[in-house]
Design a protein around this ligand. Structure first.
Ligand code: APR
Length: 253
């Protein structure tokens, strides 16, 4: 594995504009389940149906009771060594932007500055009519008081969590992610099965990619380096290697 880590280190140091794309796998070592891994959330068919537009709009009683409590699994966790290592790579100028499919906010909690949340977040909720933004807790409080679906105090529209479900439009961060990928000359992909569009199209926009993922992905063949190991093990090793590399010092001058 060390040779592969050294290859990624060299690619990051040599690249003009390296970016990262992350998925649920970078957060599993923080206690957040992924979706399609060995113990993924989507093993439970109920979960797939619960966190869907069909339930959100078609059965709000069920969504705002069981769906909201299921979303708690993504909240209140702490960043792990992988998140911290990625934040350090950004600090060293070796990652310009973290494009994440995750809604857990752990990249920002670890210190990453330039984070694009293309599948939304669990900090806010918004009115579907006037787009007024409220804290996520607004929908929890309204639902606990029996107001289902939660109503916008400004226009009376429905207020929903700012999470992207299948069938939803992508966030405005996705447009910025496309711009970042069009500038990028290298992408480090961490903890994603790369099976969900349009996020899964992003690696195809970047000339050079490397993958750190426990399971195989559809992009393994086209990646320069593939490491099938835990992000929490590989990324701190990657930081150790780049920090020792003399060419990094030259680059930072
Ligand atoms: N280190 C490295 N890889 C890991 C780790 C780990 N500690 N734990 C899990 N993985 C890998 C798994 O092998 C799996 O291939 O992370 C990948 C996670 O893939 P998914 O569960 O499909 O998650 P993701 O790719 O983020 O899913 C994309 O699908 O359901 C939607 O909106 C949801 O954002 C999500 C999107």
């Amino acid at each position: 594995m060390i040779q592969d880590v050294q290859k990624i280190a060299q690619a990051l140091i040599q690249s003009r504009y390296p970016v990262a794309l992350t998925g649920a796998g970078i957060s599993t070592e923080s206690g957040v389940p992924d979706f399609r891994g060995q113990a993924g959330l989507w093993q439970d068919e109920d979960a797939v149906e619960l966190l869907s537009l069909t339930t959100l709009y078609g059965d709000p009683q069920r969504f705002y009771s069981k769906g909201l409590s299921l979303l708690q699994v993504f909240r209140g966790k702490s960043p792990n060594a992988a998140h911290r290592a990625l934040a350090r790579l950004e600090e060293l100028g070796l990652i310009r932007c973290v494009i994440t499919q995750n809604i857990d906010g752990l990249h920002q909690a670890a210190g990453s500055q330039n984070v694009l949340e293309i599948h939304g977040n669990l900090r806010t909720s918004s009115c579907v009519i006037c787009h007024a933004v409220f804290p996520f807790e607004f929908v929890e409080k309204a639902a606990s008081e029996g107001q289902i679906p939660p109503k916008c105090p400004k226009c009376g529209g429905t207020v929903r969590p700012d999470v992207v479900f299948f069938g939803d439009d992508m966030t405005s961060d996705f447009g910025r992610a496309v711009e970042e990928c069009s500038r990028a000359d290298f992408m480090l992909i961490i903890g994603s099965s790369l099976q969900v569009a349009p996020a899964a199209y992003l690696p195809g926009m970047v000339p050079r990619i490397a993958i750190i993922n426990l399971d195989e992905t559809p992009y393994d063949e086209s990646a320069e380096v593939v490491i099938h190991a835990k992000a929490g093990t590989v990324l701190p090793e990657l930081v150790r290697v780049v920090e020792q590399d003399p060419s990094l010092k030259r680059r930072q001058r």
